[in-house]
Design a binder for this molecule. Structure first.
Ligand SMILES: CC(C)(COP(=O)(O)OP(=O)(O)OC[C@H]1O[C@@H](n2cnc3c(N)ncnc32)[C@H](O)[C@@H]1OP(=O)(O)O)[C@@H](O)C(=O)NCCC(=O)NCCS
Length: 117
């Protein structure tokens, strides 16, 4: 049974500006594991990756119904990729019963989350 859906879209130039201003932004959004992946990428791929994770996490917070806040912050959510590149969601260290899909173009990133119960 579907228990929640969430959708989010973000401009890459907005993320690029926030990311170049201070490393604090990416540290707020990404977990340690995600940060290590970010650091392994070229600059343009870093922005795409950070924007995709940002959108995925906002979409998850919407699907949960909490939004981003005390009950669900960016660092509570981790989006890993399996060996084929498929993204997988974790919340507070637990695998989420649900799905996330991420996309990016030259200008935007977007993500959709579906939760099951
Ligand atoms: C809901 C949230 C996840 C996204 O809000 P946002 O980016 O400001 O706005 P979006 O346009 O992506 O989404 C707005 C819609 O989210 C939905 N929404 C709001 N609260 C929600 C909740 N608790 N659960 C599910 N959906 C929610 C609403 O439908 C809203 O549209 P509406 O007001 O017209 O009905 C918000 O909790 C959030 O982003 N907080 C963190 C912001 C932040 O720290 N940003 C980092 C710096 S840029």
């Amino acid at each position: 049974m579907i228990s929640g859906i969430g959708l989010d879209i973000i401009e890459l130039d907005r993320i690029a500006k926030l990311d170049q201003r201070t490393a604090k932004f990416r540290m707020r959004i990404l977990t340690k594991k995600e940060l290590a992946i970010y650091n392994s990428y070229s600059h343009s791929r870093q922005i795409e990756f950070l924007a995709g994770r940002f959108a995925g996490k906002e979409a998850f917070a919407k699907a949960m119904g909490t939004g981003i806040g005390a009950q669900c912050n960016f660092n509570d959510i981790e989006i890993t990729s399996n060996s084929l590149g498929k993204p997988e969601l974790y919340f507070k260290g637990e695998k989420v019963n649900g799905f996330v899909s991420i996309t990016h173009t030259k200008n935007i990133a977007a993500a959709q989350v579906i939760l099951q119960a």
